[in-house]
Ligand binder design. Structure first.
Ligand code: FAD
Length: 457
């Protein structure tokens, strides 16, 4: 197959979709295609849904496919720059906010009539409470779609793009990029494609692809941090003071022993803990649903410890993966779960103790011992953070609190780029894969921004 496009967007997550939307709005005549290694959004089904263990699909439907890694997420769009990336530093606060607000407007446009999307603001009293306990509450406006609405809105947006002539190419993993006169030739398992301009929006999932591209085109890359830790689950009531007033408590902690930075984030009220397959490594995550009927009596959040490596080490992602693999090894191919009380007493959790726990696990994970899979420094940071959080939400450090591991967030390597996020002539790099952002709003904002730069340079 030989095709000719003005722009090919590689990756159909929020970054790629917003780029396509922006291009369509700016220049309806452009020939635009989105090449996505996963499936069409309506065909994304996880065979392990409903509590079964991961069956290791060659392309994971949870993390890949149209609507990207965020397809089944909680759909929390942070309407600010305090976290979720460094777009504010890259573009300046005012411009970054302008694009983040535009993402919010696009979501509104594709929200079906009758669906009420909740927005949450900041809370001074809770901020003070955290401050008095040596914690920093990161507070920002949040638009919360919920998993089900998020998916509906993404489906509407994708349908509109297709109706407007954007070509959707599912099951098309781009493996090679080659410069040709006037543009680039792409190779996938499906054949060849050609385009004058490329927008690379491959997310964290595409780290290897971006790394290879940078090596091939001589683009230098800076190493980034990595966050490693656990997903924490407890009774919803324990964090209700926070969750009833702000949507998502995100709290920074400086740990006592090492003075490292940890963060509590990705809070899911009434949610479930989930397992996801990241290129064969099974890690923990969390979701919640807007539909009250699907709420559980638990809440969950991540506690991750940030590590910034210095020379000569330059492979933080592999470092994080190796510990997650270790947890999978001990967990017989699955995520580990441990009661906090067992962890601090230095013993593994077994099925018997888990069966008697007051917090009922929402993910079927392997009862075990996280201290065998986490380095001492990170484990100490996590334990100290749990005790620190217990001061603002008493009960967080209960024996029956469950820790699932591992969870990690990699920041992609950060390739050199110009102010328009161009890494070389005719190639733009956006979204999580750029190492600049790690969230839906900022990834989407980058998509809209480069669409403006391509259509109106
Ligand atoms: C479970 C979960 C919950 C989350 N919840 C939230 C949340 O509530 N709020 C928030 O702000 N963020 C959340 N995030 C993070 C958010 O999903 C990401 O920041 C966001 O999806 C990044 O968008 P992106 O377009 O850059 O990349 P992605 O969404 O990762 O999309 C990249 C796409 O590129 C495709 N791809 C990769 N390589 C290739 C290739 N070589 N060829 C073709 N296609 C390729 C992938 O299959 C993928 O579909 C969550 C993430 C997860 C996993």
């Amino acid at each position: 197959m030989q095709a000719q496009y003005d722009v090919i967007i590689i990756g159909g997550g929020i970054g790629g979709l917003m780029a396509a939307y922006g291009l369509r709005m700016n220049q309806p005549g452009l020939r635009v295609a989105i090449a996505e290694k996963g499936r069409r959004v309506e065909q994304r089904k996880c065979p392990a849904a409903g509590g079964r263990s991961c069956v290791y699909c060659p392309v994971c439907s949870i993390t890949s496919g149209f609507a990207g890694a965020g397809a089944f997420s909680d759909g929390k769009f942070n309407l600010g720059t305090a976290y979720g990336g460094t777009l504010g530093e890259e573009l300046g606060e005012r411009l970054a906010m302008e694009y983040i607000d535009r993402v919010s407007d696009v979501l509104d446009r594709f929200t079906p009539a009758g669906i009420h999307v909740k927005e949450y603001g900041s809370n001074e009293a809770l901020k003070l409470k955290c401050l008095q306990n040596n914690l920093r509450l990161l507070d920002m406006n949040v638009k919360h779609l919920g998993t089900d609405n998020n998916l509906l809105i993404m489906e509407n947006l994708i349908r509109w793009l297709e109706e407007q002539g954007v070509e959707l190419l599912p099951d098309t993993e781009i493996r090679q990029v080659e410069a040709v006169p006037g543009g680039y030739r792409l190779r996938s398992g499906q054949g060849e494609l050609e385009a004058g301009t490329l927008v690379i929006a491959t997310g964290r999932n595409g780290a290897e692809f971006v790394g290879e591209l940078c090596r091939q085109f001589g683009i230098s890359m800076k190493s980034n941090a990595v966050d490693i830790g656990v997903r924490v689950e407890m009774k919803d009531a324990i964090w209700r003071e926070f969750s009833s007033q702000i949507y998502e408590p995100k709290i920074l902690c400086r740990t006592r022993t090492f003075e490292d930075r940890t963060r509590m984030f990705c809070f899911n009220q009434g949610g479930i803990v989930s397992a996801e397959n990241n290129d064969g490594v099974i890690t923990a995550n969390g979701h919640s649903f807007a539909d009250p009927a699907r709420k559980t009596e638990n809440c969950n959040f991540a506690i991750l410890s940030s590590i910034h490596f210095t020379e000569p080490f330059n492979n933080p992602t592999e470092y994080a993966k190796s510990f997650s693999k270790m947890a999978n090894l001990i967990g017989n191919g699955n995520v580990l779960v441990q009661r906090f009380g067992d962890l601090i007493r230095g013993r593994r959790t077994n099925d018997h103790r888990l069966g008697q726990n007051t917090v009922i696990p929402t993910l079927k994970a392997t009862a075990g011992d996280l201290s065998l899979a986490l380095p001492h420094r990170i484990l100490t940071n996590i334990i100290e953070t749990i005790y620190a959080l217990d001061k603002v939400a008493p009960g967080t450090a209960n024996d029956d609190t469950l820790l699932y591991g591992l969870e990690s967030k990699y920041y992609s390597l950060k390739p050199d780029h110009d102010r328009d996020f161009r890494v070389c002539d005719g190639i733009y790099l956006i979204g999580d894969g750029s190492g600049i952002c790690r969230g839906l709003s900022q990834s989407g904002a980058m998509g809209l921004y480069v669409a403006d730069k391509i259509a109106r340079p």
